[in-house]
Design a protein around this ligand. Structure first.
Ligand code: HEC
Length: 183
């Protein structure tokens, strides 16, 4: 039917009110058609096409988190010790002041976080590798953030170098020891 012949008037009339049957705008019909096609493809994809359920998506995301945690930068004790120089300690000091002092105090004596200047460690034995690992991975459930995602490898090494340099300084006013005494 062409537009000229199209008569919107219907023969329905109630109390002098006449009903029109206007044509729907083309753009509206197009949109309607697209949603039907989209809905059909969506249904095929999730019912038969292997589309992930929410549980599968959660498991995938958790897998990614695990792999990020597991495959973060790692160094051997010797590699780290070679990287711990006066220069990296200096750079680490700046990072420590900016990012760690809020919880470990400016001198490392501890506030919310434990004293880093004593011989006692909650995680590991205070070796360079232990310190690097706890900084990189954190202890999220106890309030120590993981830093590997927020710092470059270089910054992590520098921060570990500074923390390592704090060992056995026993700054005055530090928190009482927590954890196991390192030999
Ligand atoms: C929001 C507070 C917070 C911030 C910020 C923070 N830490 Fe911690 N940190 C903690 C807490 C709490 C613990 C103790 C975790 C536990 O009880 O297992 C901890 C533990 C540690 C440990 C292990 C100590 C041990 O005895 O084994 C090291 C090393 C450490 N933090 C270094 C850092 C460094 C370096 C930074 C900065 C890059 C930093 N932390 C920033 C709260 C913090």
């Amino acid at each position: 039917m062409s537009d000229q012949e199209f008569d919107p008037m219907t023969d329905h009339e109630y109390d002098g009110i006449r009903e029109l049957d206007n044509r729907l705008p083309e753009w509206w019909l197009a949109l309607f058609g697209i949603t039907i096609i989209f809905g059909f493809i969506y249904w095929l994809h999730y019912e038969f096409g292997g589309g992930h359920t929410q549980v599968q998506e959660l498991n995938l995301a958790m897998g990614v988190i695990q792999s990020v945690k597991g495959s973060g930068p790692s160094f051997s004790e010797d590699q780290l010790n070679a990287l711990f120089t006066a220069e990296t300690v200096g750079k680490g000091h700046e990072i420590f002041t900016a990012k760690c002092a809020a919880c470990h105090a400016a001198e490392g004596g501890g506030l919310i976080g434990p004293n880093l200047t004593d011989k006692f460690w909650l995680h590991g034995k205070g070796t360079s590798a232990d310190i690097f690992e706890v900084i990189a991975k954190g202890v999220p459930e106890k309030g120590m953030p993981p830093w590997a995602e927020q710092m470059t490898e270089e910054e992590l090494v520098a921060t570990a170098a500074f923390v390592h340099s704090l060992k056995d300084r026993n700054v005055p006013g530090g928190k009482p020891p927590q954890g196991e005494e390192a030999p």
